[in-house]
Design a protein around this ligand. Structure first.
Ligand code: ZN
Ligand code: FE
Length: 256
């Protein structure tokens, strides 16, 4: 399964999951349809599935046009998003499976950004890497805003994702990395790997390159929203309680 990254709108990413043996594809969070259709035409591949992580327009805006453009596209989303995702036919809960060609993905229920948010995780195979499509839950260097969920929920959701293998590729839905890392440096300034990461991200962005995918090991070591248990972060927000540390970090980032 090849993952093709399609940058759209200001800073969104759509991901096309292409199985070259069957020549079919699934798309994750199609904000808009046209670039997805163009990419599918270039591949001469047939779209069979839309995997939505949550109902926000910049993640589902292309659903209807894609449904019209291809026969028998199945639209997947979280069960709690019932009524909020255009064309949704499959209502997924934690532990449910989805397939793309020979790869099987498992669903995580990760509320926080929205109350219904899900993530799709395709475990590594002997020849292919593990892929995590986490929408607006975990970002490179950050996490999503809490629009419908509580800090406790988001912390639990991120903890689930954090348990996955370090070499998992993290495909988040926005290019927010540089600003996230700028904030991270304000609360974790003595983290050498964070400084190195920031410099690398700055260089990549100045060349107009994407910082996505990230990898989960790097997130565990440099993302403040996965490091609420570290003394440096707890000192920065003057708390020793995990939820309070997380909530204060999120609040500071909201105002950053
Ligand atoms: Zn969103
Ligand atoms: Fe978004």
């Amino acid at each position: 399964m090849q993952v093709i990254r399609i940058p759209v709108l200001t800073d969104n990413y759509i991901f096309l999951l292409h199985d070259h043996i069957k020549n079919i594809a699934a798309v994750v969070d199609p904000a808009i349809a046209e670039p997805v259709i163009e990419q599918l035409q270039q591949l001469d591949a047939k779209l069979v599935a839309i995997f939505n992580t949550h109902h926000h327009h910049d993640h589902v805006g292309g659903n209807q046009q894609l449904i019209k453009s291809f026969d028998n596209v199945v639209v997947y989303g979280g069960v709690e998003d019932r009524g909020r995702i255009p064309g949704q036919q499959v209502f997924l809960k934690e532990g449910d499976c989805v397939t793309v060609g020979n790869r099987t993905g498992v669903v995580f229920f990760v509320p926080g950004h929205t109350r219904a948010h899900i993530a799709y995780y395709f475990p590594a195979t002997p020849t292919e890497s593990g892929e995590l499509f986490c929408g607006d839950t975990l970002f490179a260097g950050g996490c999503g805003r809490l629009f419908e969920g509580t800090p406790t929920q988001m912390l639990e959701s991120l903890t689930k994702l954090q348990a996955l293998p370090d070499d998992t590729r993290v495909w988040c839905a926005h290019e927010y990395t540089l600003n996230n890392l700028k904030f991270a440096l304000t609360v974790d300034s003595n983290n050498p790997e964070l400084k190195t990461r920031f410099t690398a991200a700055q260089a990549a962005r100045s060349r107009n390159e994407s910082t996505i995918p990230s990898d989960l090991g790097l997130e565990k070591r440099t993302n403040p929203f996965l490091r609420w248990n570290q003394p440096a972060l707890q000192t920065a927000v003057d708390s020793s309680d995990p939820v309070q540390t997380f909530a204060r970090l999120r609040g500071m980032k909201d105002r950053f």
